[in-house]
Design a protein around this ligand. Structure first.
Ligand code: ADP
Length: 534
């Protein structure tokens, strides 16, 4: 058979030829909705690629971006990687010190930045000596006053680019993308994706057993494009001619519902916290999400109550996906099966709270602390290890591999696997609660609590206890301002083991949310560390 070393730029060239008119819809910073399409994105990506080449960016160099989900970001995904450089997405919600670390570590020479984030970079640019030029994601007319070094608008930068530019042939393992994990402890770690791993992930992710996407779909991409290469959706979209709806800054319920209704969204992607807000907005305003068929939710555990609400109120099926920066990200998914359709609803919802079955290419195993393989009986749980062609081998610029001799990567998650192959996250290793030597799953407790009608959001952490080392503390964001501990305790009674009962319930106005939309348990643990010691 033939040698095949295409780079990811080939995806947008394919879309340009086969799906030129399929729309890429963006909500601009001004709030208005503008339309591009794959044909346009491809031409402009090529202009960008050739402009970067002319500037002197070399193959393998990391080009930084602090960018929202917009058509320009799509162009960067293909223009930067396609010309042989590395699309280095930077999470603009990180602490500025972490952003400085990441820019220096990646040795970015150019950074593309939204005008709204210019002040953030102005404040730190003196600490980022490798950066030669900042390119603002706007037209020449929209350029703000800025002190950023050699600032120029994106439109000016690509103006003389070649829209017929041809993507170079790159080596099999040439890098195309770079993402840093948010690193709750220590410095962020970079995961460098290759063209090959990305193309394989794109195929597997779009297959019927991956996320089951097709040209009939219109996808609302709420997941930020800096979060693990936008869960691969820019690539999957181009390969399959999928309409992409990109919300820019408009992440509130009203803005999302407007896009869903106007753009006939059939599928939406994001983390649970985003959907909490959207469901709340729909409830308050008596809105049903008519055209949406499915939501694909991942990043943290999807509560039972959310799966039920999507199904019963909106007729929307929830597909849960599990993955991490180190797995590109898609590794497992809980797709709707004919068997699920025959189950009583409650049983199906329960199954959908599992993180899912591995897609082809990904292997999973669970092991005890000594590395012994544990049975896949749905009961035993231990460290979750993963292996596959789009799984990290070595963190960027690290000296040692992050995998063992057989290629297994330790995810830091504690899981069980059932006889049918469904994997369930019991907890993140660092979040599991150890009470008198026994383990309590914070995820299970949260799931149980979250079904209480007066609970909008729940988080469970382990806090120090004089007798049991650690005991669970339940933090609750109340719905409708109802704060009744006794009602919550009696609700939990038949849903959890007696000794799992949280030692206390604390009502809070909101929970701290991290840079990728997950509850920051590390902060909660610090804040409440003495709560049960008094
Ligand atoms: P960050 O922590 O910076 O957001 P990742 O996105 O790489 O970085 O996080 C990966 C982790 O997120 C996984 O190891 C797992 O603990 C958690 N996670 C991802 N998807 C799910 C899911 N569907 N259910 C439970 N946990 C999940």
């Amino acid at each position: 058979m033939q040698k095949w070393t295409k780079n990811v730029g080939s995806l947008i060239s394919y879309a340009e030829r086969i799906f030129p008119d399929v729309e890429i819809v963006t909500r601009n910073l001004s709030g208005e909705i503008t339309k591009s399409n794959y044909g346009e994105v491809a031409k402009r990506a090529k202009k960008l690629g050739s402009s970067l080449e002319k500037y002197g960016i070399k193959h393998g160099q990391n080009v930084g971006s602090l960018a929202l989900n917009t058509y320009r970001n799509m162009e960067m995904y293909f223009g930067i990687s396609g010309m042989g450089a590395v699309m280095h997405t930077i999470n603009f919600r990180l602490h500025p010190e972490q952003i400085v670390y990441i820019i220096n570590h990646a040795e970015n020479r150019i950074i593309f930045v939204e005008t709204v984030f210019a002040p953030l970079l102005e404040a730190i640019q003196d600490n980022c000596p490798t950066v030669e030029q900042y390119i603002l994601l706007c037209s020449a007319e929209e350029m703000p006053e800025t002190k950023l070094k050699n600032a120029i608008s994106y439109e000016e930068f690509i103006k003389d680019g070649d829209e017929k530019y041809e993507w170079p042939e790159l080596g099999e393992d040439a890098p195309c993308g770079l993402c840093y994990t948010s690193g709750t402890t220590g410095n962020p770690k970079g995961v460098l994706y290759s063209h090959k791993s990305t193309l394989l992930h794109t195929w597997a992710g779009s297959s019927a057993n991956g996320m089951g996407l097709s040209a009939d779909d219109s996808i609302l991409m709420v997941v930020p494009m800096f979060h693990v290469m936008g869960w691969g959706l820019p690539y999957i979209g181009a390969m399959n001619g999928i309409k992409l709806v990109l919300p820019g800054m408009g992440m509130d319920g009203a803005a999302l519902v407007e896009l869903i209704q106007k753009e006939d969204v059939t599928l939406a992607f994001g983390v649970p916290t985003i959907w909490l807000g959207l469901l709340g907005y729909c409830e308050e305003n008596n809105i049903k999400l008519d055209n949406v068929k499915q939501t694909i939710i991942g990043g943290s555990a999807v509560p039972y109550a959310m799966i039920k609400e999507f199904d019963e109120k909106h007729d929307v099926n929830v597909v849960q996906g599990w993955g991490m920066t180190e797995t590109s990200p898609l590794a497992t998914a809980t797709l709707r099966t004919p068997a699920m359709d025959k189950m009583p609803k409650e049983e199906r919802y329960k199954l959908q709270t599992k993180q899912g079955k591995p897609i082809y290419g990904i292997e999973l195993k669970i092991v005890d602390d000594d590395g012994n393989r544990l049975p896949e009986d749905g009961e035993a749980f231990g460290k979750l290890l993963v292996r596959g062609p789009w799984v990290n081998k070595r963190y960027y610029k690290h000296d040692e591999d992050a995998i063992d001799a057989d290629g297994w990567f330790d995810t830091g998650d504690i899981s069980s696997i059932d006889p049918e192959g469904y994997m369930t996250i019991v907890d993140r290793a660092k979040d599991v609660i150890k009470s008198g030597g026994e383990w309590i799953s914070s995820v299970d407790l949260e799931n149980a609590a979250q079904s209480h009608p007066d609970i909008m959001q729940a988080s469970v952490i382990g806090v120090a206890h004089p007798k049991w080392d650690e005991r669970p503390l339940l933090l609750v964001v109340p719905a409708n301002d109802k704060k009744d501990k006794e009602s919550i305790y009696s609700f939990l009674e038949d849903k959890i083991a007696k000794w799992w009962k949280p030692d206390d319930i604390v009502f809070v106005e909101e929970l701290p949310i991290g840079a990728t939309g997950k509850v920051l348990k590390i902060e909660l643990r610090e804040q409440y560390k003495d709560h049960l010691m008094k």
